[in-house]
Design a protein around this ligand. Structure first.
Ligand SMILES: *Cc1c(COP(=O)(O)O)cnc(C)c1O
Length: 405
């Protein structure tokens, strides 16, 4: 797919931090819409409808009801008493692992599916790498009685057999993509191609704060429930204070953006933790991927590189444009951790607190464990978003511990 159009770097920037972007979807120099001309009407319609429904009390009430009665919100805030003692900090977890389907992804897909329904669409499409967003989209489609097609690179279909089967159980059609490198970026191209031909009936459900405007903004808004709940819960727990540190892992950046949205206006230090092999902020340059301008891992010719991480959910070469912006103005700091630190953190939370974290949020924990007494002063109150549960990763951990490389 060629990028034939670049629209709208003409609007104003967001007026204050984590407000809506300008009408062009711009976060500083990042964001925008880098898509074929044929997709512009679909994006414009989506932007217009989301803008309308997001301020509609009835839409909000219906979403709130689903999040409560189906997805299991509000999720708990857990103080890790044992680890707090060991580390000499106050460690709190925002428990997105306790949601239906086991991660924060449900917040986004339910929001988008409800919006699609209100827009009169009858079909959801998605692309997925590790399969987790595919499973979430298939779940939302089943709930709403919508058709669902999930594009997945042929290589990923083989790697993620169990998630492919899950999607099929949920009634979705999984389409293996055999072009290019047969992985996520090829699946993204196929999803865009489908959407061009089908946008009258079909909503493209993007899985993170990435893609052309309005996706980065819209997905952040759907995920802001994490940060809004957490801020309330922290204030209650800390008797009116906000945490000193708010830490979340970053793949595309949706659980982090949703978390930070609740704390952007506070004095809390905000930290995003990337995988060493997918560090779009840490190691990436500025470029265009997935319909947006942002930071991404690319080679010297501007070719997008494949990310590598122990956790499939952080295997995304780019990062949401708002994160690139928040990094550029210094409001959020981004660091990376390596696979060994992640496995160690996974084991430690499991052993000491009885919570198996997903490998993705184990990155955030690993950073905290590493930096206590260094970047994080002892005595600090630290909130970590536990974006998902580790059940999906147990087999992988078992293989690694049996056969350490
Ligand atoms: C998909 C996933 C992520 C990464 O996605 P973000 O958009 O960066 O939040 C993180 N944690 C879990 C548990 C996931 O499933």
């Amino acid at each position: 797919m060629s990028i034939v159009d670049e629209i709208g770097f003409y609007g104003t920037e967001a007026s204050s931090l984590m407000d809506p972007p300008g009408i062009d979807g711009r976060f500083g120099e990042f964001g925008g819409r880098f898509i074929p001309e044929s997709l512009i009407p679909a994006c414009t319609e989506l932007e217009e409808r989301f803008t309308y429904f997001w301020t509609d009390p009835e839409f909000r009430a219906e979403l709130y009801d689903m999040l409560t009665t189906y997805a299991g919100r509000p999720t708990a805030l857990t103080e890790c008493s044992q680890l707090s003692k060991e580390l000499d900090i106050l460690l709190m977890l925002k428990r997105e692992d306790l949601t239906h389907t086991g991660s924060h992804k449900i917040n986004n897909v339910l929001g988008q599916a409800l919006l699609a329904k209100r827009m009169g669409k009858t079909r959801l499409i998605a692309e997925t790498g590790a399969g987790q967003h595919g499973v979430a989209t298939a779940t939302a489609a089943a709930y709403f009685g919508m058709q669902c097609t999930v594009y997945m690179g042929e290589v990923d279909v083989k790697r993620q057999e169990l998630n492919v089967f899950r999607m099929k159980l949920l009634g979705a059609q999984v389409v293996p993509v055999s072009s290019g490198s047969k992985t996520l970026k090829d699946a993204i191209n196929e999803a865009f191609r489908d959407w061009v031909a089908s946008c009258d009936t079909t909503h493209y459900c993007v899985g993170s704060v990435v893609g052309p405007h309005p996706y980065p903004w819209m997905v952040r808004e759907f995920q802001s429930v994490i940060g809004n709940e957490a801020r309330e819960q922290c204030r209650r727990h800390l008797e009116g204070y906000d945490p000193d540190y708010v830490v979340a892992c970053v793949g595309g950046g949706s659980n982090a953006a949703g978390t930070f949205a609740g704390f952007a206006a506070t004095d809390s230090n905000l930290v995003g933790v990337e995988a060493e092999g997918g560090a779009a902020i840490g190691k990436g340059g500025i470029g265009v991927v997935h319909g947006m301008r942002s930071r991404l891992m690319q080679d010297e010719n501007g070719q997008v590189l494949e990310a590598h991480s122990i956790s499939a959910g952080l295997d995304y070469p780019g990062i949401g444009p708002e994160h690139s912006y928040l990094a550029s103005i210094g409001r959020v700091e981004y660091f990376s951790v390596n696979d060994a630190e992640v496995i160690e953190a996974f084991g430690r939370l499991s052993r000491v607190e009885g919570i198996l974290p997903a490998l993705e949020p184990a990155h955030a924990l690993a950073w905290v464990f590493r930096e206590v007494g260094k970047k994080i002063p002892k005595g600090s109150a630290v909130l970590v978003t536990l974006s998902g549960r580790g059940d999906k990763d147990v087999q992988q951990i078992m293989d690694i511990l049996r056969d350490p490389k």
